[in-house]
Design a binder for this molecule. Structure first.
Ligand SMILES: Cc1cc2nc3c(=O)[nH]c(=O)nc-3n(C[C@H](O)[C@H](O)[C@H](O)COP(=O)(O)OP(=O)(O)OC[C@H]3O[C@@H](n4cnc5c(N)ncnc54)[C@H](O)[C@@H]3O)c2cc1C
Length: 369
C-alpha cells in the first residue's frame, strides 16, 4: 500500500530533524515537526541576549565541512560569513595556539624550530603506542607526556569526568598536531557562520507549505498511530524507555555573561583552560558572528554528569549497550533514527546533515514501495 500521502512525524527540530523535514516536504510528503523545547534549531539555537548580542544558548557552534553536498544544501537557507575559528590554550598563565603547532612548541620551550625540526621534536618526545586504542594512546603516541599533561590530560578529565585511558581513540583523534604554523582550529574546505544566525537558517529551512512545526511538544504526549512514519532524533535509549539501562551522556552547564563597554574580551573565539578553573573554556561570540556592539558576550562551559544529553560518551561498554538498542531499532518498520542522540554518535553538524539527507532519501524510497 502506498503511504505517499500519510503524515510523517519528525521528533526534534535540530539539524537532523529539520534537514529530514525539508527534504521530505520537498518530496511532497506532509510533515509534522515537533520539539519539546520552545524553539527550533536544537543545540545550534542562537538568539540575542538581553543586551542584543547574538549568542549560542547551548555553547559555541562553528560550522565547517568538506562536503559540497552539505554546504550546498544549507546554502539554500542562509548566506554565510566567512569565519575560521582559532583557539588558544592557557598553560601556566600563558596563552598558546591550539591545536599544538610549531609556534606552540617554539613558545612553550623557547625554541626556534622549522617544520623539519618540529617533526623531529615530536618524533623524539612521542611515546609510541601499538595498538592505539584509547585517547591517552593517541596523544602520547603523537606528542609525548609533557604536552599530554599540559594540554590534554586535565582538560579531558574535566570535559568527560574520566581518564583519557578510559575513552576511545576517536575522541582525541579529532584534534590534530601540526608541524607547520597553521593556527586554525579546523582546516575544512568550507568554514563559515550563517550570516543571520543559525535560528534564522532553521526558520528558512522549516518554511515550506508541506511542513508544520510545533515547539513545546513532547513525543510522549502524541498519538503515534496518526502517522505513517516517525523520524526520531532524540536519545535512542529514551525512545525505548531505557529498557536495557541508560546510555551515558555528558552534559554541560553554560554560564553566559555580558561584559559591557569592552570591545574585545579575549584575542580569539575560544580560550581553553585545561588546568585551571572548573570550566573548560570561554568563548566570545562576537569573534564568531562579527557583530558590532559596544560590549561583548561570553560563555563559560562547566562539564557535568547531570542535565540535558549533549555528548555521547565514546567507550566500548557504551557501544555494547548501543548495539542492544540498535537491534530493537532495526526491527522498526516505520521509525527512522537519525542524529547525534538517536545514533549515539559524536557527530558534528555537517555529519548530522549528511546522515539526515541519506535518511530522507531512504524514507522516500520506502514510502514509494
Ligand atoms: C557544546 C557543544 C558545542 C558544539 N560545537 C559544535 C561545533 O562547533 N561544530 C559542529 O559541527 N558541531 C558542534 N556540536 C555538535 C552539534 O551540536 C550537533 O552535531 C548537532 O546539533 C546535532 O543535531 P541533532 O539534530 O542530531 O540533535 P539536537 O540538536 O540535539 O536536536 C535534537 C532535538 O530533539 C529534541 N527532542 C529530543 N527528545 C524529544 C522528545 N521526546 N520530544 C520532542 N523533542 C525531542 C530536542 O529538544 C532537540 O531540540 C556541538 C555540540 C555541543 C553540545
Amino acid at each position: 500500500m502506498s503511504m505517499l500521502h500519510g503524515r510523517i512525524l519528525i521528533v526534534g527540530a535540530g539539524f537532523a530533524g529539520s534537514t529530514v523535514a525539508r527534504a521530505l516536504a520537498e518530496a511532497s510528503h506532509t510533515v509534522q515537526v515537533i520539539d519539546r523545547r520552545a524553539h527550533v534549531g536544537g543545540n545550534a539555537f542562537d538568539e540575542a541576549d538581553a543586551h542584543g548580542v547574538l549568542v549560542h544558548r547551548y555553547g559555541p557552534h562553528i560550522f565547517h565541512t568538506n562536503s559540497e553536498k552539505v554546504w550546498e544544501f544549507l546554502s539554500r537557507f542562509t548566506e554565510w560569513r566567512p569565519y575560521e575559528h582559532r583557539v588558544q590554550c592557557v598553560v601556566a598563565g600563558q596563552r598558546y595556539p591550539f591545536p599544538i603547532n610549531r609556534n606552540t612548541l617554539n613558545q612553550l620551550y623557547g625554541l626556534n624550530l622549522d617544520e623539519a625540526g618540529a617533526a623531529a621534536f615530536f618524533e623524539r618526545v612521542r611515546e609510541a603506542r601499538d595498538p592505539v586504542r584509547t585517547s591517552e594512546d593517541v596523544v602520547l603516541n603523537s606528542v609525548g607526556r609533557d604536552l599530554y599533561e599540559k594540554f590534554f590530560l586535565h582538560y579531558t578529565r574535566k570535559q568527560w569526568g574520566m581518564e583519557p585511558s578510559q575513552l576511545k581513540a576517536g575522541v582525541a583523534a579529532r584534534i590534530p598536531t601540526r608541524t607547520n604554523t597553521d593556527d586554525r582550529y579546523f582546516t575544512d574546505r568550507f568554514q563559515a557562520m550563517p550570516l543571520g544566525g543559525y535560528t534564522r537558517m532553521f526558520q528558512n529551512m522549516l518554511d515550506h507549505p508541506n511542513l508544520t512545526v510545533r515547539t513545546g511538544t513532547d513525543f510522549a504526549d502524541l498519538d503515534r498511530s496518526a502517522f505513517s512514519h516517525i523520524v526520531y532524533t532524540g536519545p535512542i535509549d529514551a525512545f525505548y524507555g531505557q529498557c536495557y539501562g541508560a546510555l551515558p551522556y555528558r552534559s554541560l552547564r553554560f554560564e553566559h555573561e555580558h561584559v559591557p563597554n569592552v570591545a574585545q574580551y579575549q584575542p580569539v573565539g575560544t580560550v581553553n583552560y585545561p588546568n585551571d578553573h572548573a570550566y573548560t573554556r570561554i568563548t566570545e561570540f562576537r569573534h564568531l558572528t562579527g557583530q558590532m556592539h559596544s560590549g561583548t558576550s561570553i560563555v563559560r562551559e562547566y562539564p557535568t554528569g547531570e542535565g540535558d544529553p549533549y555528548y555521547p560518551i565514546p567507550r566500548d561498554e557504551n557501544e555494547v549497550l548501543l548495539k542492544q538498542y540498535e537491534a530493537l531499532a532495526a526491527r522498526e518498520e516505520n521509525v527512522t533514527f537519525v542524529g547525534r542522540l538517536a545514533q549515539y554518535r559524536y557527530y558534528n553538524m555537517d555529519q548530522v546533515v549528511a546522515a539526515a539527507l541519506v535518511a530522507a532519501q531512504r524514507i522516500c524510497e520506502r514510502l514509494r514501495q
